[in-house]
Design a protein around this ligand. Structure first.
Ligand code: SAH
Ligand code: SF4
Length: 461
């Protein structure tokens, strides 16, 4: 979501006539997009802003405009100007359309401008409209890597996980209209996207809250009744340039039979789901108010594995939640093994202001959090290796992204399972095309292989 928001900011600036600076050191304007989810992310943003504003105040870069956007802007409101003296402006994540205007005013000499997100649904709709407008008039390269792109389908979050600041800084759920989503998806495809990931904090809640009703004049030939399967079907049908559709983040209670069928039967929908588990201990899951226990989570995993061939499931896990014992931690370890995750993001718990769990003592020592983090990552490495080895010898369809980040002689792309595949680029290969790659080597996070000719693909009948 942050990549998406950064993209939109870049596009809005370009649409307003600004050009990309070749380097941050020579930029006239630097805008920091922030995340409040963990303390460390906020510390990094504050550190960065502090350095930039110090350069400005010391006279080294006197004209520099430094702006803040994203969740931290909402969380800190006007207080940010006390924390970061000299900050030019701060703007909430749903008010990004105001950024060019704020930059203009700061370039003209104003400073300390605070633009909060407006309250209420009307404001959310205005934000949705301006997001489309920004997508339409933009030029230049997005921050994300073509051919992959993101489109937000659900703003905010109505859940109240005990540790999470997101609902406080991103407001309540509002689902976007399917036609607005399609317009934006089309625009992304026109700009070169082939793989679009639909975003929502709890994306399976799409269309479930806030007075949303699916437009009656958009039918479902596949017979879906739930909003997310209907949306997937609608986008796949209406935009032929879209090769792949993903959605994130998932929730086990949203894994319905219809959704599983949509994943299996709509060819564009990728066999990949990010399904944050957070913990494998029922006691901790209850304390976190996640709305499911371990058994319910595993039932969702089983339904996905039975219904969607070759599906890859990835997850988020928090270690060191208040009161997490060794026994709870071991339950998380065993649950990760039981679920057989392809990949996992592990986070060390940090208390966030205003959340329910911030009232509890943060009683797992930092050293112990680091140990648990390292154990889970080592487990995941071994598991990732084992799972990826199953792909060796198989031919996979890879959507080409471009030169590999580590070695520009090699190129990389992704499979529908979201696995990174590295290969030698054949002549004429271009980002956004698909190649078939025979996998020869597996690593925990990456597959390596050789591009095969199309005729090799057809098994002799
Ligand atoms: N909406 C997503 C999560 C968004 S935040 C969902 O419900 O799955 C991304 C991840 O950050 C979460 O899944 C969680 O693992 C982690 N996280 C959130 N709050 C945290 C906190 N206070 N401390 C540590 N990790 C946290
Ligand atoms: Fe946060 Fe829970 Fe909402 Fe995810 S579902 S954004 S973890 S409150």
């Amino acid at each position: 979501m942050n990549v998406r928001d950064s993209d939109l900011t870049a596009r809005r600036m370009r649409a307003a006539g600004f050009a990309d600076a070749p380097d941050e050191d020579v930029a006239d304007v630097v805008i920091v997009n922030s995340c409040s989810v963990r303390e460390k992310a906020e510390d990094k943003a504050l550190g960065k802003l502090g350095l930039l504003c110090a350069a400005r105040r010391s006279g080294r870069r006197p004209g520099l405009v430094v702006g803040l956007t994203g969740c931290m802007a909402n969380r800190l409101a006007e207080n940010v100007f006390g924390l970061v003296p000299g900050l030019s402006f701060s703007v909430g994540p749903r008010s990004g359309d105001r950024i060019p205007e704020l930059v203009d005013r700061c370039l003209a000499g104003e400073s300390g401008l605070w633009c909060p997100d407006p309250e209420g649904a009307t404001a959310h709709r205005a934000a949705a409209r301006s997001e489309n407008a920004a997508a339409r008039c933009a030029v230049g390269d997005p921050v994300s890597r073509p051919p992959c792109s993101y489109v937000t389908i659900l703003y905010g979050c109505n859940q109240r996980c005990s540790y999470c600041i997101v609902p406080h800084v991103r407001g309540s759920e509002e689902s976007r209209n399917p036609r607005d989503i399609l317009a934006e998806v089309r625009e992304e495809v026109r700009r070169g996207a082939r793989d679009v990931c639909l975003l929502g904090q709890s994306v399976m809640r799409y269309g479930r809250a806030g007075g949303f009703s699916w437009p009656e004049d958009i039918p479902s030939p596949m017979g879906f009744t739930e909003p997310l399967p209907r949306l997937l079907e609608f986008l796949a049908r209406e935009e032929p340039g879209l090769t792949r559709i993903r959605f994130t983040s998932g929730h086990p209670l949203g894994v319905t039979p219809e959704l599983v069928r949509a994943m299996r039967e709509i060819p564009q929908v990728c066999p990949h789901l990010h399904l944050p588990m957070q913990s494998g201990s029922d006691r901790i899951l209850r304390a976190m108010r996640r709305g499911y226990d371990r058994g319910r989570y595993m039932a969702a995993v089983r339904a996905l594995r039975e219904g969607v061939p070759d599906i890859a499931i990835t997850t988020d896990v928090i270690v060191g939640y208040p009161g997490e014992t060794d026994e709870d931690f071991e339950l998380t370890r065993s649950a990760m093994e039981e679920a057989g995750f392809d990949n996992a993001f592990v986070f060390k718990y940090s208390p966030r202001p205003g959340t329910a769990s911030a009232q509890l003592p943060d009683d797992v020592a930092d050293e112990e959090k680091r140990r648990r983090d390292a154990v889970l990552l080592a487990d995941q490495d071994a598991r990732g290796q084992r799972i990826n080895e199953r792909w060796v010898g198989r031919v996979v369809e890879v959507l080409v992204e471009g030169p590999s980040l580590r070695n520009a002689e090699r190129w990389s792309g992704r499979t529908g399972q979201n696995k990174i595949v590295v290969f030698e680029p054949p002549a004429g290969v271009a980002a956004g095309t698909s190649v078939r790659v025979k996998v020869e080597l597996a690593r925990p996070q990456t597959l390596y292989g050789t591009v095969v000719e199309p005729q090799e693909l057809q098994p002799a009948e």
